[in-house]
Design a protein around this ligand. Structure first.
Ligand code: BTN
Length: 235
């Protein structure tokens, strides 16, 4: 996979969305710092010695949301020693705290032109703003030592290349990998469904990666969005 490196950039996702036409499938952009790092749902991603990169996908883009779970499965494998779990659909958690966020974006004209998978991993971060203290952690905080970001990126890219090849051939087992390390399983969550705030218990993942939640005796499947753990964070 072709890797483009920046010391500073506005956002690795934005770069790929602007330049995708002239770049080959599986181009990776990595930056040491972003001046306009983007998080999900319009949030900003403020970095502090994080690993920040994006991967360009131009082939096999019929089901864009699959890629959040495919990259999450790759991160589960690469970060395996830290006992990571996936908080569906886009976060990797360790010790109940977020260590990595995924931002999937698409460029769509008449059809989808490309998908950009953006990943931010708290690697050597040691201080978080107060509002994130109980919610976030870094690999350094867990391992008690500095982590080599280049080596980590290499491992992720190598693994992604293999898993992407399997995914294109329908041979990837990413959903079962995620089911085995599924942070939300049996947790009570709050979410928005058809414009209404609902509460329910997470039952698992569907065959196509949707979240199954039981709410007042009904099973609801969520395609994407965000669920909040009332019990852990909001009380
Ligand atoms: C989230 O948890 O809200 C998603 C965060 C994604 C951040 C990464 S950092 C690299 C890439 N470029 C961006 O601007 N955002 C993603």
């Amino acid at each position: 996979m072709n890797v483009i490196r920046f010391k500073e950039i506005n956002s690795t996702n934005t770069f790929l969305k602007e330049k995708y036409k002239s770049l080959e499938n599986l181009t990776v952009v990595v930056a040491e710092h972003q001046t306009m790092g983007k998080g999900r749902l319009g949030r900003t991603w403020i970095d502090n010695d994080d690993l920040l990169f994006s991967i360009l996908i131009k082939e096999g883009i019929e089901n864009p949301t699959d890629y959040s779970l495919l990259i999450a499965s790759v991160l589960l494998d690469v970060l395996g020693n830290y006992n990571p779990e996936v908080k569906w659909p886009n976060d990797i958690m360790i010790d109940e705290k977020k260590v990595c966020g995924i931002l999937l974006e698409a460029v769509s004209l008449e059809k989808t032109e490309c998908i950009v998978i953006g990943v931010g991993i708290n690697v050597n971060t040691t201080s978080f703003p107060n509002n994130l203290l109980i919610k976030a952690t870094s690999l350094k905080q867990i391992a008690n030592q500095d982590i080599n970001k280049d080596m980590l990126l290499n491992d992720i890219i190598k693994r992604f290349d293999i898993e992407y090849g399997k995914y294109l051939k329908n041979e990837s087992n990413y959903l079962s990998n995620i089911t085995k390390h599924f942070f939300l399983k049996n947790k009570e969550v709050t979410f928005y469904y058809q414009g209404k705030k609902c509460e329910g218990k997470v039952k698992g993942l569907s065959n196509s990666g949707e979240l199954i939640v039981e709410c007042n005796g009904n099973k609801i499947q969520l395609i994407s969005g965000e669920v909040t753990l009332e019990s852990v964070y909001n009380k």
